[in-house]
Design a protein around this ligand. Structure first.
Ligand code: KG4
Ligand code: ZN
Length: 336
């Protein structure tokens, strides 16, 4: 019981997440999602998300304390996502975290959402190897990071120049009339399709950078489907889903392994909502095995946005002896 008990709050997008950890031990992971309220718009509506966070915050904190079997007074520190994310959504979490820290007289740690996606793996697979390469793919971000030390030194190698990988899944699902969010349903439909049926473009495949681009692929898939519909021919949904998915995961895994090779790193971590994708996991496992790289992917519930990841990084910052944030900590939607 010597390690600090940290409560983490996540509100950067549409999940209100509250997690509680002791060191690298997960004690509670409570989530309220407003995803159903956004589904009819085909994407996250910032104003709706902010209001939902406000309503869910108190009850989600109470559920987490109950799950962990601890009282508010037992909490040693509060951690909160300070950015990047939706400005109004972030503000709700940051304001709540400040109120809790002030009321309890405990330190407040503002954390970076992307670093938290990396730190969460410690709750599942133990201390992170130093360094590791992290591929973070979700509806809001697609980044490759070199991570010498998740508490103090996270270096961006590349990121998407247009759409995030999950955003591409969501948009293609809309083109195919499969609903929102698109990732899980495309993943499912793709299992019945042929990934080599249609040769969709792989953006920035050989450009020598660690950046990604998915908007050209999105346009190519939309045009292909429109051409079929105009010709009055049926759209082979499973083949389109499988071929599109293959184009995305091919580029993601190729660049992640190129980064491991260039930096002489033997551990690859994949996180974010798209890390739940079964084909991404399979292809990454295959290519890591061939390259002698160890692969770490947290279970799906820890890959998507949650409060435990914020608590995990807060605990890491506290353990590293880093100074807490001031109580005027800003919410920064564009935090690098
Ligand atoms: O990390 P996350 O919950 O929230 C963001 O920060 O965006 O990620 C959500 C994204 C959505 O775009 C969703 O379509 C995608 O992750 N996703 C998937 C799968 N499950 C969720 N994408 C591909 N395959 C999946 N199985
Ligand atoms: Zn995220």
């Amino acid at each position: 019981d010597s390690e600090p008990l940290v409560l983490g709050i996540e509100t950067s997008c549409d999940e209100t997440g509250v997690g509680i950890v002791r060191g690298t031990t997960l004690l509670a992971d409570s989530i309220a999602s407003s995803v159903d309220e956004h589904a009819r718009f085909g994407g996250v509506v910032p104003e709706v998300a902010s209001r939902a966070h406000l309503e869910a915050m108190g009850p989600t904190v109470e559920r987490a304390l109950e799950q962990a079997g601890v009282a508010f007074d037992d909490v040693d520190a509060i951690a909160v996502t300070a950015g990047p994310g939706l400005a109004g959504a972030l503000l709700v979490g940051v304001a709540a975290a400040k109120a809790y820290a002030l009321a309890l007289g405990k330190p407040l740690y503002g954390v970076n959402h992307l670093a938290a996606h990396v730190a969460v793996d410690q709750l599942e697979h133990g201390p992170l190897p130093k360094p590791c390469i992290a591929l973070l793919v979700s509806g809001g971000h697609s980044s490759l990071l070199l991570v010498p030390d998740v508490a103090a030194d996270v270096r961006p190698l590349g990121a998407t120049v247009d759409d995030a990988a999950g955003e591409a899944f969501d948009k293609i699902a809309r083109v195919l009339g499969l609903g929102f969010p698109g990732g899980p349903v495309i993943d499912r439909r793709a299992t019945e399709g042929d990934p080599a049926a249609i040769a969709f473009p792989r953006g920035k495949y050989d450009d020598g950078t660690y950046d990604f681009s998915f908007s050209g692929l999105k346009t190519a898939v939309a045009r292909w489907v429109e051409a079929r519909e105009r010709a009055g021919e049926p759209v082979p949904v499973a083949d389109v889903a499988a071929s599109f998915q293959e184009a995305v995961v091919d580029v993601l895994t190729a660049k992640a392994l190129a980064a491991c090779r260039e930096h002489g790193v033997k551990d690859l971590l994949i996180g974010g909502g798209v890390a739940a994708n079964s084909r991404l996991r399979a292809l990454a496992a295959e290519r890591c095995e061939a390259a002698g790289v160890r692969l770490r992917v947290p279970r799906p519930k820890l890959c998507t946005d949650n409060g435990a990841m914020v608590a995990a990084l807060g605990a890491e910052l506290a353990a590293a002896g880093l100074p807490p944030s001031a109580l005027d900590l800003p919410a920064d939607s564009a935090l690098p």
